[in-house]
Design a protein around this ligand. Structure first.
Ligand code: F6R
Length: 237
């Protein structure tokens, strides 16, 4: 594991974007695994800048996102597809057909999970997986549990997640109750994993994930076993 200590959120975003940019430069047809949330927004802004400056070309890049809420239209402002389009995908010269987010509206969620795993396999796996970490140690929507779930699967969101998310919706009834998430296998098999975390509120869980026991109770702890994990953080861990 390599830990790159940076000064602040801006520097973290710049460094993470530089690592992703280097990946694209070395392999223009690279497969990027991407995350949503507040942490990667600065990284995406910087990637857009690098693309606009002509430093990196997304035309042959494929992206595969970690997760999506069930039952939200992709055009819904809280859907992860909407987030990705807004913060990165419609701002760079990527072919949108090569960008993938689980289909939260699929009628048969099991079939959708299988389709997503097939898609990852057909793409040859993920070359570089960008990750954030939840306060409970989740990666994607792999929540603390008694076991690591290998494949893409459907998760029931906990009461606390539903309550936390309700601030983004008109009422708590509109908050999705389920999500589809990539499993641990595709994340751990990614050729490189890039974990970014900032904010004092993430310090304890980041320490636990990187230096505590490897346990499905802290899903991100599995990253200790990753062959090429880079952590970029301003946190003193
Ligand atoms: C979302 C995802 C989540 C987030 C995590 C941290 O695609 O993968 O695991 O990375 O919830 O979210 P933020 O960055 O908002 O603190």
């Amino acid at each position: 594991m390599r830990i790159i200590k940076v000064k602040n959120y801006e520097e973290m975003s710049k460094k993470a974007a530089d690592i992703i940019a280097a990946q694209i430069l070395l392999d223009p047809g690279t497969v990027l695994g991407l995350a949503t949330g507040s942490t990667p927004i600065g990284t995406y802004d910087r990637l857009v800048e690098l693309n606009k400056n002509g430093d990196i070309d997304f035309s042959r890049v494929t992206t595969i996102n970690l997760d999506e809420y069930c039952d939200l239209e992709p055009t819904h402002e809280q859907s992860y597809r909407y987030f990705m389009n807004k913060h990165l995908l419609t701002r760079v010269n990527i072919n949108l057909e090569n960008t993938h987010v689980p289909n939260g509206k699929a009628r048969d969620t099991d079939a959708e999970c299988r389709r997503y795993d097939d898609l990852i396999e057909k793409a040859g796996g993920i070359d570089l997986q960008l990750l954030g970490i939840g306060h409970n140690g989740h990666i994607g929507f792999n929540e603390p549990s008694d076991e690591f779930v290998p494949g893409t699967h459907c998760v029931k969101l906990t009461e606390s997640t539903i309550n936390a998310n309700s601030r983004f919706f008109n009422s708590i009834d509109e908050v999705p109750k389920r999500a589809i998430t990539m499993g641990i296998r595709a994340i751990i098999q990614a050729k490189r994993a890039l974990l970014i975390a900032s904010g004092e509120d993430k310090k304890e869980i980041l320490k636990k994930a990187l230096f505590g026991p490897v346990t499905p109770q802290v899903p991100a702890s599995i990253l200790q076993l990753h062959r090429d994990l880079i952590v970029v953080t301003p946190l003193d861990i």
